[in-house]
Write a protein that binds this ligand. Sequence first.
Ligand SMILES: Cc1cc2nc3c(=O)[nH]c(=O)nc-3n(C[C@H](O)[C@H](O)[C@H](O)COP(=O)(O)OP(=O)(O)OC[C@H]3O[C@@H](n4cnc5c(N)ncnc54)[C@H](O)[C@@H]3O)c2cc1C
Length: 805
Amino acid sequence: MKTTTRVVVIGGGVVGCSVLYHLTKLGWSDVMLLERNELTSGSTWHAAGGFHTLNGDTNMAALQGYTIRLYKELEAITGMSCGLHHVGGVTLADNRDRMDMLVAERAKHRYMGLETEIVTPEEIAKIAPVTNTAGIIGGLYDPLDGHLDPSGTTHAYAKAARMGGATIETHCKVLETNQRPDGSWDVVTDKGTVHAEHVVNAAGLWAREVGAMAGVYFPLHPMEHQYIVTEDVPLILDMAKDGLEHPHVMDPAGESYLRQEGRGLCIGFYEQPCRPWAVDSTPWDFGHELLPDDFDKIEDSIAFAYRRFPALEKAGVKSVIHGPFTFAPDGNPLVGPVPGMRNYWSACAVMAGFSQGGGVGLMLAQWMIEGETERDTFAMDCARFGSWVTPGYTRPKVIENYQKRFSVSYPNEELPAARPLRTTPMYDIFDQMGAVWGAQYGLEVPNYFAQDDEPRYETPSFRRSNAWAATAREVQAVRQAVGINEVQNFGKYRVCGANARAWLDRIMAGRVPAPGRLSLTPMLSEKGRLIGDFTISCLAEDQFTLTASYGAQDFHMRWFQRHAEAGVRVENISDRLTGFQIAGPLARDVLAACTRCDVAALRFMDVARMTIGMVDCVVQRVSYTGDLGYEIYCDPMAQRALWQALWAAGQPMGMRPFGMRAMMSLRLDKFFGSWGREFSPDYTPAETGMDRFIAWKKPTQFIGRAAAEAERAQGPARQLVTFEVDATDADVVAYEPIWMGDQVVGFCTSGGYSHHAGKSIAYGFVPSDQLRDDLQVEIEVLGQRLPARRITTALFDADGARMRG
Ligand SMILES: Cc1cc2nc3c(=O)[nH]c(=O)nc-3n(C[C@H](O)[C@H](O)[C@H](O)COP(=O)(O)OP(=O)(O)OC[C@H]3O[C@@H](n4cnc5c(N)ncnc54)[C@H](O)[C@@H]3O)c2cc1C
């Protein structure tokens, strides 16, 4: 066995083999895979082998599309068969919400180049005759759906990797992973030790155990899953006579997926009475056996399936496959460089290995070899969960995710499991004031405040929800008097030391402010993509605080650590600094009423220390609401005292608390973008207008400078613009197509309703060569093409008089 290699991939399931292949494809041939048994000995061998592109996250859907297209390439390279059956698939809808969801998916597919189609019940009956279409109102047909041979496909990946120079060692169990001081790894196996520069954990069912060898907790959990294969079915035999294969049918109402298997059918269920498996750890002696059949837990699902697919009832059962596979709390994979670790990579929790495995392999190989991925991978980045995640959180979340696998996902939906987990000292005060809670990165955050006569629950919907009136009230309070909310849900970092300014100058593309001042700046990757939008606050020459997205804490810290330098200390203080923002025309008066400091002297973008009430605070004069506003930071231990001071001063001035729904409406008035929507690694500064914050004149070679300058010289091919949309009951959420004539020319990044202006607003990308101030387009919202006009003047405080005054 080889004893040194560049990369050791642990695990020879479909994911490990895909990672290995993609490493060779992108140019690293000195790579090795270690498998404790035979290839496919985890979840992979008993998978049903189905694949599909449908995924609520657009980037995940694109990667699923890549995976599916890859199989033909694999067959061509290796001469092996993946056992492909491109039979197409239809997802059924039996109510308006499900139909809305499918129509929204179809809309996204337009600019992704996916040829899906909305079909009627009559068409479904023809395409998928095994279906009883009673009660069905429509469906989404995807010609790319199909199934394959899981074992053949895994071996094809393995062969293609070997052809690219990779080595595969089977019957070689990894026992330990020990890091050397230089960051490389000794991978200890039962056949000896391999020294590797990088380790990839692709251990599937055993990913938790393999992670623990390096001291890492991976938030994933195995769940039991069952599918049934029937004896021959007459309808399928008839179709076969005509050379036809039955397509896949996903029936979300019945929580089932069905396809042809041989001359019979195969049906699997995501049943409600589901069961987590191997709660504390996965046994090492588990491998090629199955779990005992369990018809009790799928009894209701089977009864439903008999009604939807009557042919099933008469078909004999040929075999039952019941096995475990792993999920992360949100159902997406855990991929990428593990935060806090050097040269340790994750390719775990891939719950749909045959839809996602190719994309996971490609993204990980790009990350390892090129330093970044070609697209935004945040939806599957292992950095999206912080150190707050525990097994006690993961398990109920994974159960919830399994149960909701086929449920409608609404854009405004808040999932209830494992909550509340993290709360601030304001939790009970806000709760008594009627807070309707959302969860961000494990933290409870008020979405809005319901009045006594309003329900404490926002109805999940694709249309305007019952939060409408409350949001309007809160927006009005900010614009007409003063609003208050917490600043807990910002990511916050302290950067200090003799080298702090020089370091920030290199890490951030924008200006680093002088003491007493703030600046806004993009952070760029080497390839000039947006990986952060930060506010930098300078309290002293060697002391800075950064604020950015709360959910990106591990993502940003990982980047800071990768670029660590002597003479600068970077700390994540997100939960050590909290406070409030107050915003609105009376915000200054509120502040002045509870401090003896000179509030009037604080100019827009100034920062100063102040004692407010009894509490020492840092006050920044800036507000994401676009209004006159202050962010006031304090020690969490004193947050309630700060609240008492501000609230007491604010009451006579009409102060109201406001939540995230109002905040996201208010930002629209000033065309402010938001992280993960307008600003993400999918986009560049010039495309999004963030280039206005780049300090082109600074002499520093900041990261991404060359790429940003090249783009500046050439001009971006597309640009982000704001539209007013003629919407009546549903606003833009994200990824809706933008039409000009009969062409889709772009897509939306986000939108919503401006309660201040009484307008429906959308942000979206359009080709630069089509840009005009009076641009008119149509935006497709829930299947309707709505007229939309570009707007270039802010809806509130266009001259900045209030914000800066
Ligand atoms: C009943 C069922 C039906 C399914 N149907 C589908 C489907 O239709 N479509 C689909 O896309 N997905 C399906 N899946 C899910 C699919 O099986 C998984 O997504 C996929 O197999 C995950 O692959 P993996 O490589 O991540 O993990 P695994 O297949 O679990 O592979 C991990 C490998 O790592 C090895 N390993 C672990 N620890 C060590 C160690 N210490 N040293 C060396 N080697 C080690 C294991 O032996 C194993 O071979 C189904 C799953 C089940 C249970």
